[in-house]
Design a protein around this ligand. Sequence first.
Ligand SMILES: [Zn+2]
Ligand SMILES: [Zn+2]
Length: 348
Amino acid sequence: MTQTTVAAYASPAPSAPLERTTIPRRALGEHDILIDIKFAGICHSDIHQVNADWGVGTYPMVPGHEIAGVVAEVGTGVTKYAVGDRVGVGCFVDSCRECDNCRAGQEQYCTSGMIGTYNSQGKDGRPTYGGYSTHIVVDENYALRIPEGLGLDVAAPLLCAGITTYSPLAHWQVGPGKKVAIVGLGGLGHMGVKIAHALGAEVTVLSQTLNKREDGLRLGADHYFATSDPATFEQLAGTFDLIVNTVSADLDLNAYLGLLRTDGTLVQVGAPEQPMPVSPFALIGQRKSLAGSMIGGIRETQEMLDFCAEHGIGADIEVIEATAINEAYARVLKSDVRYRFVIDVATI
Ligand SMILES: [Zn+2]
Ligand SMILES: [Zn+2]
């Protein structure tokens, strides 16, 4: 395949509504696969990037790093995939491949910086464009296999929301006998609950209110508490082995650290814009840890997809047509989605 032009939805300028356009996709290299995209999830970080909240963006910007589709063409040297295979692409499409982290399969922490699926610059020096698009060309080593039995629509959000929560749960060895709290029941949080439950842990949701309690219990939580009620912090003091904080709003971290037992860890996966003060005494007294975690490497992402397929776990989604993307963005900002919007790419 030579360089092609494909349809996409792009934001033409910072904070501008997305509109239909066309973008180039590179000619198929030796190790590249061409993916016919079927579904693309809408992640809250897409909105941050469109709005240039995290620094200067490259426009037009085609967001989308929760991509699920089918291999349509393969390069001459491709060995991992064949035409017709069901595949996914997550938050990055390349990395240096040489640093300690890349060699260890932790490409997300590449010391030279991973190449983002969009709003980044590929090794060819051109901008990368994400999944709100009919096709994408990606190196086979940065694609994932979506197991049979997992619908492509419910699998798409696993590529960011799924791995973002799976990785810390796996790293801190969550399993039977462990008490885990998931803070926030949104796109990330609902995946955290499903995965932690499937891993065999006792799962508690900590949400601002009890509004989504029924959902939380249905998704696999054993307990559900409102953080707006001060009694919650007294009742649950010293309880959890691991707390995964998925919310991007400012929280009183000291209060949450108080919910950990000795040697417990509070891991941050949400990204609030403002610094959050922590008292050293909240950590010292019971040897507690405050940590961060970002998505996962290719090997771990595949492990997560296989785990989810085995346990029948997909995201809870609302499928939309491409023309509804801007409306969906507005609803994500109001937390008015249960729990992930997924674009039906056939409507692009
Ligand atoms: Zn994301
Ligand atoms: Zn690297």
